[in-house]
Design a protein around this ligand. Sequence first.
Ligand code: NAI
Ligand code: MG
Length: 331
Amino acid sequence: MKYKIALLPGDGIGPEVMDATVTVLKALEKKKPIEFEFNTYMVGDAEKKRSGTALPQATIDGVKAADACLFACVGETAKETILPLRQKFNLYANLRPAKAYPGVPAVKPETDLMIVRENTEGIYKMIGDRQPRSAFNVRVITWEASERIVRYAFEYAKANGKTKVTSVHKSNVLDYTDGLYLEASREVAKEYPDIEYQELIVDAAGMRLVMNPEMFQVVVTTNMFGDILSDVTAGLVGGLGMAPSGNVGDDICIFEPVHGSAPDIAGKGIANPAACILSAAMMLDWLKEEQAADMVEAAVLKVLEEGKVKTPDLGGKNKTTEFAEAVAKAL
Ligand code: NAI
Ligand code: MG
């Protein structure tokens, strides 16, 4: 198969981790009957300085025309780039896996779970008002988006051999909004009798994720709860250099490492590209190239496990390019 991949390297360490990821994907082409056509598009702070906009129309068109998109990171213009892209293309599911890899210091090495976060509504609708001494934000929950995200979580579980889905809410207090979410969640759960369905209130879920991450496989929840809980679980497994993610809709997707442009280490060639490479593996999985996705993940795992090539954030001395080459070789 041949795939058109839109690359959005962005700012800071973005181009460094993107180049590293392309090195790995090019090595993959030699191992599998897969071909990539890479097209690079401008996005971010530097582009805004140059052309006046952080997200040019050519980039939007490029993402639309591609089979899949890989976004590295931007600096201050995140709100003007990745947020509008998510909304424009209705990328309603934010996938944030948390998995502890060997050789990476993790608080809870037994963690292996996927957070499926609703990506379009909730408190992130930006509806509200500010008076000098009072303010409010409106939380919008719809049946349609709730049903869609919970169904995505169950379908993900089914496709990946998972046996349990945990739906996280706060319906005891947010009775209107999360009452509706939970009703939709239960309706969908009924369609999957073979998958265990569990409900947890968000505060208890926070505690459980830290104390007993092994009790979770797939966690589905509304926008802000998913935002917060997924950073908690990223912390459980070793931090930003290791955290991939995906924003997916029905036919468009953008995969991205969770980290930002890391100005403190940009230009030094020492950024850990694992998060971006693992995001590419998630992208391959989304493209239904499951074997290729597993190969890339296994190659990253092998390099980490051997522990000979490590970037400084993991306690090593190697460069971004050296890690990428080691992963390419491990393929
Ligand atoms: P950050 O994620 O850029 O960096 C936080 C810390 O983690 C830094 O010490 C950095 O060196 C380290 N780090 C991050 N990624 C790493 C990697 N791959 N390898 C090794 N170390 C890594 O977050 P920060 O510093 O809060 O924000 C910096 C800029 O990034 C800001 O302008 C912010 O707006 C932007 N940002 C953009 C995001 C995006 O593009 N989606 C997401 C988060 C922040
Ligand atoms: Mg966040």
